[in-house]
Design a protein around this ligand. Structure first.
Ligand SMILES: Nc1nc2c(ncn2[C@@H]2O[C@H](COP(=O)(O)OP(=O)(O)OP(=O)(O)O)[C@@H](O)[C@H]2O)c(=O)[nH]1
Length: 330
């Protein structure tokens, strides 16, 4: 811990808890929305399209120390969905997820209340069996979408899934360590999730300064904001084919100090000419929309106005080419 950090937490005591949590679950299970609800600020992007979270994004929940409760910090590591790999990108993502999971203190397995448990969930449960000493909490998400009776049934099905896949192998408990229903959209039970997870964290000094919500580099967050804007209203096959790189971020010369402007040059990579045409739109209209939506988000993130220069580039077969994947930051 640095001196700065010690100054930030002059009062932390022996009961302080801090550690890492990772949410897994199939695409659209509600991981990003839950991360945002727990952290209380938009740090992970959400979208109604599956598979939009490619980067490991951390949100940090700080619980200040009070008379009744010691302080705590939960570092949330948001991962892409674990899934059966179909491309090189897919298998790299899975490796990344397993690596991440072996490092965290607790895994939160997100299972939507409104969808039957399926092969995707069983695949993930099977993967978690590879980490026999890791506590796994089941988070039954989107409870606002189902009537109570259906929720009760889903909780039993989730319990069953845990008992089938997470028993034996030196595990302390048979099945999930806990099963918690939650609605991130309504903020119902989110505090229960936080409390349960904190109780499972090791005793540790704080890991981050108190104001810090994410340590994701700005560039990556900016690229994600552009990607999020580009994904709005596009056909289903497109999301998998979009990657964004930020080439340059420079303060504009000659601006008064109290009115800075940041020049950002970014590239949207697609795989085919037809996709490039979709992104650009008639007479450049879609690209303009993407630019202004992304610009708003970036301005909010950085607190300064930005000039956003977007290019669309066909990077053929980038999902299958290791060299291109490396260049795009995967
Ligand atoms: N009604 C309701 N909808 C929710 C809730 N949580 C998430 N959603 C919706 O479910 C969809 C998927 O949510 P995300 O948080 O993006 O899911 P994810 O698991 O991060 O998805 P990937 O990034 O694709 O893995 C979005 O349209 C959310 O608005 C909830 O508590 N209630």
């Amino acid at each position: 811990m640095t001196d700065d950090l010690l100054n930030e937490f002059p009062e932390y005591n022996d009961a302080y808890r801090a550690g890492f949590v990772s949410f897994v679950g199939r695409p659209n299970a509600g991981k990003s929305t839950l991360t945002n609800a727990l952290v209380g600020e938009k740090v992970a992007i959400t979208s109604s399209k599956p598979q939009t979270t490619r980067h490991t994004i951390r949100g940090i929940v700080h619980r200040p120390q009070t008379e009744g409760a010691p302080g705590a910090q939960l570092v949330l590591v948001d991962t892409p969905g674990l899934h059966r790999p179909r491309t090189l990108l897919g298998s790299r993502l899975n490796d990344l997820v397993i690596d991440t999971l072996s490092e965290v203190d607790v895994v939160g397995f997100c299972i939507p209340a409104d969808e039957k448990i399926g092969p995707g969930d069983r695949f993930i449960a099977g993967q978690l069996q590879k980490l026999p000493h890791k506590p796994v909490v089941a988070l039954v998400t989107k409870t606002d979408k189902v009537p109570r009776a259906d929720l009760a049934e889903q909780l039993m099905a989730v319990d069953q899934l845990g008992r089938e896949h997470l028993s034996g192998d030196g595990r302390k408990t048979a099945g999930f360590t806990a099963i918690i229903p939650v609605s991130a959209a309504r903020g119902e039970q989110t505090d229960v999730v936080t409390d349960e997870l904190i109780a499972m964290m090791p005793k540790s000094p704080p890991l981050y300064p108190s104001g810090e919500l994410t340590d994701e580099p700005e560039r990556v967050m900016i690229a994600e904001l552009v990607r999020e804007a580009a994904l709005e209203d596009v056909r289903d096959e497109l999301p998998h084919s979009i990657a964004v790189t930020v080439e340059e971020m420079l303060p504009r010369d000659g601006r008064p100090e109290d009115k800075p402007l940041l020049d950002i040059h970014a590239t949207i990579h697609v795989e085919r000419n037809s996709q490039k045409a979709i992104i650009i739109g008639r007479g450049g209209s879609r690209l303009k929309q993407i630019g202004s939506a992304a610009r708003e988000g970036i301005k909010k993130l950085l607190g300064t106005p930005v000039y956003l220069d977007l290019h669309v580039k066909v990077t053929k077969e980038w999902q299958r080419d290791p060299k291109k994947l490396n260049r795009l930051g995967f």
